[in-house]
Ligand binder design. Structure first.
Ligand SMILES: NC(=O)c1ccc[n+]([C@@H]2O[C@H](COP(=O)([O-])OP(=O)(O)OC[C@H]3O[C@@H](n4cnc5c(N)ncnc54)[C@H](O)[C@@H]3O)[C@@H](O)[C@H]2O)c1
Length: 372
């Protein structure tokens, strides 16, 4: 996109920008506005109002076309424009800086001194520093139950790290609302409706993602339900429903991953897989989550030599709509008293873990149950 910019200017950039927007092109990281541009303000408004700049993107406003030739008029236009941008609450800060571009990472050490060990630790593994290795650029991910709560936070985290994300939820409108959030942040996503307890729904979404994006690198099997019944009251129907959402269809993505020779499966289990949370009653939930851990630990070692890793995350009690029922709300204080940090987890407390497990930095581990 950046290499297109000079062409855009010479050919009447406004029309081109509208065209690009209509063609649904990706958003820009940076927009450079030359002061010679006619109707600068309209041009700036178009970029901001039609959401063409990524969140945290940069607008560079040229101060002078050519210092030797620039007129007072150019300078006045630039100053006026700077004032307008400064007053725009959607834009964070405007600074005047001498312009120079440098391409390449600044974070890896570059100049070894004699006597310094220059191995992968020094240079960064494959010459990539640790934060670059956590990036998920060009990866394709899906998150089930991505329409709210933990799944929504996972969707954002994977997208922020660079992945394209399919947001899958039984409630399409929730998935669509999250897709809208991602669009605002300049992240590519798609919202899809599916009931993960139905094998045919899972097959449909897997086929559709592969048809559109070519592969699945990261599969977050996160959807889960908790119907909170005492052991003696748990019906077979509740048992089947809970198990079907947690455990069925979990591995529909594995075939494509095994054929790709690469993939990361990240299941959401729960601390209920390891302990029995108290005092709420949830036999089917606890047992199904223990099943999720076994469904992680068993294929993990089986598939690691074929490039597919399987992990799960076991959060403690997280403040999401799942626990906002009349029965559970009064227990929050009691739980908090028993939690070392003295509070429930926030969904944002879990986001780095999913990026870690999805990225290449965790390639050596598999079958792990990461308790948070
Ligand atoms: N909230 C907690 O305290 C907590 C703790 C540990 C583990 N977990 C687990 O984390 C996961 C997410 O929990 P949450 O708190 O975000 O839940 P939530 O109820 O807030 O969100 C779950 C999402 O999954 C969707 N969903 C439900 N059934 C589905 C189905 N059959 N197919 C597709 N989508 C479906 C819902 O529409 C909803 O958007 C669950 O597996 C849950 O068991 C939650």
């Amino acid at each position: 996109c950046l290499s297109m910019l000079p062409v855009l200017y010479t050919l009447g950039s406004t029309i081109y920008l509208i065209f690009l927007r209509l063609m649904n092109c990706e958003q820009f990281d940076m927009v450079f506005i030359v002061v010679a541009e006619q109707s600068l303000i309209n041009y700036y408004s178009l970029i901001i109002c039609s959401n063409m700049l990524k969140m945290n993107g940069v607008i560079c406003l040229q101060n002078k076309t050519n210092p030797a030739k620039s007129s007072d008029k150019d300078e006045t236009v630039a100053m006026k424009m700077t004032d307008i941008i400064n007053a725009d609450p959607r834009v964070e800060q405007v600074s005047a800086v001498p312009l120079s571009f440098k391409i390449g990472s600044q974070t890896c050490p570059r100049d070894p001194q004699p006597g310094i060990t220059t191995d992968g630790v020094f240079w960064g593994y494959k010459r990539r520093c640790i934060l670059d290795r956590l990036r998920l650029d060009c990866k394709v991910a899906y998150v089930t139950g991505g329409g709210q709560g933990i799944g929504r936070a996972f969707v954002h985290a994977l997208g922020e790290a660079g992945a394209k994300v399919a947001i899958i939820d039984i409630a399409l409108e929730k998935a669509q609302a999250v897709a809208k959030e991602l669009e605002v942040n300049g992240i590519k996503s798609v919202a899809m409706a599916a009931d993960v307890s139905k094998a045919e729904d899972v097959k449909r979404i897997v086929d559709s993602i592969v048809a559109n994006w070519g592969r699945i690198d990261i599969a977050c099997n996160n959807a889960g339900i908790n119907m909170n019944s005492a052991s003696e009251d748990t019906t077979l129907e509740e048992w089947d429903k809970t198990f079907n959402v947690s455990l069925r269809g979990l591995f529909m993505c594995c075939r494509i991953m095994l054929s790709q020779g690469y993939g990361k499966i990240i299941n959401t289990a729960s601390m209920a897989s390891l302990i029995v949370p108290h005092p709420q009653k949830q036999l089917a939930y606890n047992t199904s989550k223990a099943g999720v851990v076994k469904l992680t630990q068993t294929p993990g070692p089986e598939w690691i030599d074929r490039g597919v890793r399987v992990s799960c995350i076991s959060p403690g009690i997280v403040d999401t709509p799942l626990i906002h029922t009349d029965a559970l709300k009064p227990l929050v204080q009691r739980w908090s008293n028993n939690i070392p940090a003295g509070r429930l987890a926030r969904v944002t407390d879990l986001q780095a873990a999913v990026v870690y497990l999805a990225s290449e930095v965790s390639d050596y581990m598999t079958g792990h149950n990461l308790v948070i």
